[in-house]
Design a protein around this ligand. Structure first.
Ligand SMILES: [Zn+2]
Length: 631
């Protein structure tokens, strides 16, 4: 807390933009006016559980919380408002009930509204957002974050945004104005994350199979807490994963092999509902044949060329042999270590065998090691620190609001609020030169080219004789610019609308128009399409500039178009992941295990938009002391 306020030594409020003193911003929090403000929390997952608890204990009395998810057993290790008996129940509802138990709904008059649903639903539109004094995000996916950002801008409600990756995290404040960026002013690549059930039952990528090996199977067999029940332990699995007395390590490994790659898959196949809407079903391996092969082979040592893929027989033999070696190491192993060759061999073999089960292309030991080395786990302590920081920023904004002139209007008012509140973008766990846990920085300024908050135009460079309107809608407006239900106009001509209230004729008519090219629709180079998305209260002009398709560099623009300017973009990998397993939803549904894309440093993934600033400040003893000197 001290770090966020050390820069505020100025107690003179006669200067219009001087920040208020810390005691005015924070310690007046017992003020009943501030504590009765309406707060909207989006997400009741890792951050959300900590946040609603901290809000209640701070004394806030009017809290609404939204999450679409139900509680999974894998949430229990860090979402402390949930217990085993709550598995399968609504996260937001249980969070409300758990907090009411210790915050006492009657005595303190705390009023928590719990909503189970997707933040993008119509009932959570602009009118809903306008009811709140501040919005606090505890989300895990970019799509929902961008949606909330847009509604907050339209409703002119301050947004405190947050995120964590392992030991790192950040809290930022957003409000339309010059002195403060919106969430989408700078592009944000995100780490990918996966729900346990996908990893366990329905993997669809090589990464899924690696994470299954490192985070589920490895700890279950070799980890420090291997005696404890894990996410793999359904009733019949208990025996399969328990080593019998005096059983040889390799014999146990063979039993695990037969269970994981054959028996368990056969069991899953019996669950018809699970495969009804999936392209393909898994196939069980023939463990008897694969394991018998080994006896006929000459004894091998080592794991071969790291870049060469193994055959199925090799992978089976290595699974058993590496497991045997890991069992011999016993208590010297506590978790997966990417520098332990036996561990990497075991994980690679497991991943390859799982790939064979699910018809996924597998990779070499070298590649598997690269993927496995980038896995980041959710850390409860980081979530707790971040939640505390969110509440501090919220208190600062709400207390500063009381010092604003009520009659003052427009964007100047927002800028003054950010200054009075001394709002900070705080980064946690970067350990800069000053070895500080927290690194509070002045907010980024608004990006004048931001389509979302600065009324900037988006510019699409494409071949207008080949690009259809439907291409623009699906590939540009929805995929790149994150719109939900865009309406497209050219001058006064309505080219596209969507939504439930259209009749069949209209839908058919727009489908026909969609198939026409932009040129065919009368658009010339430099022409403008007006885009309007009611569900996000977002409106902007899309300027279309012509370039022949052959002139696009295929490597740089494989889709054959370029969206210019500093428009926010979704990280390609993250988006693909989401499409494949449909996992990215609201409220930290899928933050169990995160993985940063290969070759991308975690620091970059968390805070790439800020890198320049962070570096500059890290070279001085500490951000706080530097700030003081320059004041
Ligand atoms: Zn912006």
């Amino acid at each position: 807390m001290a770090s966020t306020t050390t820069t505020t030594t100025n107690n003179n409020n006669e200067t219009p933009d001087a920040p208020l003193a810390p005691e005015q911003l924070l310690f007046s929090s017992t003020d009943s006016e501030t504590l009765s403000k309406n707060i909207l929390m989006v997400g009741a997952g890792g951050i959300g559980c900590e946040l609603i608890k901290t809000l209640a204990l701070t004394g806030f009395r009017n809290i609404s919380i939204i999450d679409l998810d139900t509680i999974d057993i894998s949430n229990l290790n860090r979402q402390f408002l949930f217990r085993k008996k709550h598995v399968g129940m609504s996260k937001s509802q249980v969070a409300k009930e758990s907090v009411e138990k210790f915050a006492g709904s009657k005595q303190t008059g705390i009023n928590i509204e719990a909503y189970t649903g997707n933040i993008k639903e119509e009932r959570f539109g602009l009118d809903f957002f306008k009811k709140f004094d501040i919005v606090l995000n505890g989300l895990d996916n970019l799509e929902a974050r961008r949606h909330v950002n847009r509604l907050c801008l339209s409703a002119n409600v301050p947004l405190v945004e947050s995120g964590t990756t392992g030991y790192k995290g950040q809290v930022t404040v957003h409000l339309r104005g010059k002195y403060c960026s919106c969430f989408e002013c700078a592009p944000k690549p995100v780490p990918k994350s996966f729900p346990i059930c996908t990893l366990r039952d329905t993997p669809s990528t090589f990464v899924h199979t690696i994470v299954f090996a490192t985070d589920l199977l490895f700890p279950r067999l070799f980890g420090a807490n291997k005696e404890d029940p894990s996410d793999l332990d359904e009733e019949e699995a208990r025996d399969a994963f328990t080593r019998k007395e005096n059983e040889a390590g390799t014999a146990f490994a063979k039993r695990v092999f037969a269970y994981v790659f054959e028996k368990k898959i056969k069991d899953l196949l019996e669950r018809e509902d699970m495969w009804a809407n999936r392209d393909k079903k898994p196939e069980a391996l023939d463990s008897e044949t694969l394991l018998k092969t080994k006896e006929e082979r000459t004894a091998t040592t080592g794991y071969g060329d790291a870049h060469k893929k193994w055959t199925m027989e090799e992978a089976s033999e290595i699974f058993v042999r590496s497991a045997g070696k890991l069992f011999e190491k016993g208590d010297r192993i506590s978790e997966f270590d990417k520098d332990d060759d036996d561990a990497v061999a075991f994980v690679t073999a497991t991943a390859q065998l799982r790939c064979a089960n699910y018809g996924i292309e597998y990779m070499s030991r070298f590649d598997a090691k690269g993927v496995a080395g980038n896995i980041v786990h959710a850390v409860a302590t980081t979530n707790a620190i971040i939640s505390g920081l969110i509440v501090i920023e919220a208190l600062k904004i709400l207390n500063a609001q009381k010092h604003l002139d009520e009659k003052e209007e427009g964007e100047g008012k927002n800028d003054r609020l950010i200054k009075l509140a001394n709002s900070r973008y705080t980064f946690v766990g970067n350990f800069n030169a000053g070895r500080q846990l927290l690194q509070p920085l002045a907010p980024d300024e608004q990006n004048p080219k931001c389509v979302v908050c600065a009324n900037a135009r988006a510019e699409l460079c494409c071949d207008i004789s080949k690009t259809t309107l439907a291409d623009v809608i699906s590939k540009v407006l929805k995929k790149k610019l994150n719109t939900n239900e865009p309406t497209v106009l050219k001058g006064d001509d309505m080219l596209h609308e969507e939504g439930e209230d259209l009749d069949d004729d209209e839908v058919e008519n727009y489908a026909i128009i969609g198939k026409r090219t932009l040129q065919d629709l009368g658009l010339e180079s430099g022409g403008i399409l007006c885009v309007d998305d009611n569900s996000q209260e977002l409106k902007f002009d899309l300027v279309v500039v012509h370039q022949n398709l052959e002139e696009f560099d295929e490597d740089a623009f494989p889709e054959g178009f370029e969206l210019r300017g500093e428009t926010p973009k979704v990280a390609e990998g993250a988006e693909k992941e989401k499409d494949e397993d449909g996992a990215a939803t609201d409220g930290e549904a899928s933050d169990e295990i995160e993985i940063v894309e290969e070759g991308v440093e975690i620091t970059k993934a968390v805070e790439s938009p800020r890198l320049g600033k962070t570096k500059a400040i890290a070279s001085s003893p500490s951000p706080a002391s530097k700030k003081r000197k320059t004041k």
